[in-house]
Design a protein around this ligand. Structure first.
Ligand code: NAX
Length: 369
């Protein structure tokens, strides 16, 4: 079978550096799928890109990697692409307004849309990571009108995984200390497979709505509600006065919601570099749940930035937003209708949707200038 043609823009950047080995070891598209990677970057990054290509060669990735093309030629990179991972974008510089950044990146996404429309496979599957990720999806969809909208997605899996990681950390500490005080032998540590019902709604920004209201843990052979393991409703962002409803999205100081929203900033402050290893891992999970023959159709509900057109949750149409979806066999996905939004989530999501609509309007305005 011909190898899968995968283009990565921003190929010389830090996320690509962590993502390439995951793809090359067969951990993204499946161990039996051969991949031909096309790494694209802009001419000022050509030397760094050549260095990445040298390292790929030196890594002897033989199983899944059929070949690598490192190029600054956009047409060469996009020709026949079946999967596009869009990392390339303009970084925020000191003194730059958020709206300037949206304008710069809208210009880049316009070009990426034109390239997808003209040169990529007509069924190319796209994940946009470059920020503002959801609004960039919208711009792509305008400039790649032949591409089915369902093929254009953005990464909100990193936010989703950050939330799961924090829940697991808290749940395991509580289960371990309970077992110590009970004098029990040992307790099985929960892993990501033992958590279901989590969702990130809205924008990949501080307005995002991390929602734990339907979360369950798999403990002692059965699914139990989140509060039976983590009874701290304040930390979870659940209102004490509204059973089953709650205060999710309030983002009060020290809460899980606030920690998820600020995790990117915390990593940046600690590393002096933005998240790259965890971002690459989240991209790998997003793509493998969606496209790998081993995983698609078997994964639980996950958060993905997708078109809101026809969504069953009542989110305004005409934008892209993080929503709960289930990936189905053959590279498709559907909204997960099993999720019902609490009133508080809906209220907070409205603010995030307003932000997404503002970003869309700004991007369109900047493109007209
Ligand atoms: P880097 O700055 O390390 O790399 C970006 C690369 O893109 C650079 O090599 C640059 O030369 C290249 N580039 C710029 N314009 C390009 C164009 N027109 N065509 C091709 N390449 C181009 O950033 P990195 O840390 O890799 O992050 C990539 C993007 O991911 C950023 O926009 C970042 O904001 C975004 N993120 C999004 C996340 C999400 O959850 N949606 C989380 C991680 C990350 O912060």
């Amino acid at each position: 079978m011909a190898p899968l043609r995968v283009v990565i823009t921003g190929g010389a950047g830090q996320i690509a550096y962590s993502l390439i080995p995951l793809i090359a070891r067969g951990l993204v598209f499946g161990p039996d799928v051969k991949v031909h990677l096309r790494l694209l970057d802009i001419p000022p990054a050509a030397n760094a890109l050549a260095g990445v290509a040298m390292e790929v060669q030196d890594s002897l990735f033989s199983t899944a990697l059929e070949g690598v093309l490192a190029t600054t030629n956009e047409v060469e990179a996009f020709t026949g692409a079946q999967v596009a991972i869009l990392l390339g974008g303009f970084p925020r510089r000191p003194g730059m307004e958020r709206w300037d950044l949206i304008g710069k990146n809208a210009g880049i996404m316009k070009r990426m849309g034109e390239l997808l429309e003209t040169y990529a496979s007509p069924n190319c599957k796209v994940v946009v990571v470059a920020n503002p990720a959801q609004t960039n999806c919208y711009i792509l969809s305008i400039y790649a009108p032949s591409l089915p909208r369902k093929n254009i997605t953005s990464l909100s899996r990193l936010d989703h995984d950050r939330m799961i990681g924090m829940l697991l950390h808290e749940a395991n500490s509580r289960l371990i200390s309970a077992s110590v005080s009970n004098g029990s032998e040992c307790v099985r540590r929960l892993t990501a497979a033992d958590v279901r019902g989590a969702c990130i709604w809205g924008n990949h920004s501080n307005s995002q709505v991390p929602d734990v209201s339907a979360v369950e843990f798999f403990v002692d052979g059965r699914w139990v509600p989140i509060e039976s393991v983590i009874p701290d409703r304040t930390w979870l962002g659940l209102s004490n006065s509204l059973p089953g409803g709650g205060n999710i999205g309030a983002g009060t100081e020290g809460s899980l919601v606030e920690a998820v929203r600020k995790r990117g900033a915390a990593v940046l402050a600690a590393r002096k570099l933005s998240s790259a290893m965890s971002a690459a891992n989240a991209i790998a999970e997003h793509l493998s749940d969606w496209l790998s023959p081993e995983k698609s159709g078997h994964s639980p509900a996950v958060s993905m930035g997708v078109t809101t057109d026809g969504n069953p949750f009542g989110v305004s149409e005409g934008i892209f937003s993080s929503l709960p979806v289930r990936c189905t066999l053959g590279g498709d996905w559907n909204y997960d209708e099993g999720f019902s939004m609490t009133d508080d989530v809906r209220r907070h999501l409205e603010a995030s949707v307003v932000e997404l609509e503002d970003e869309k309007a700004t991007a369109l305005e900047m493109l007209e200038k």
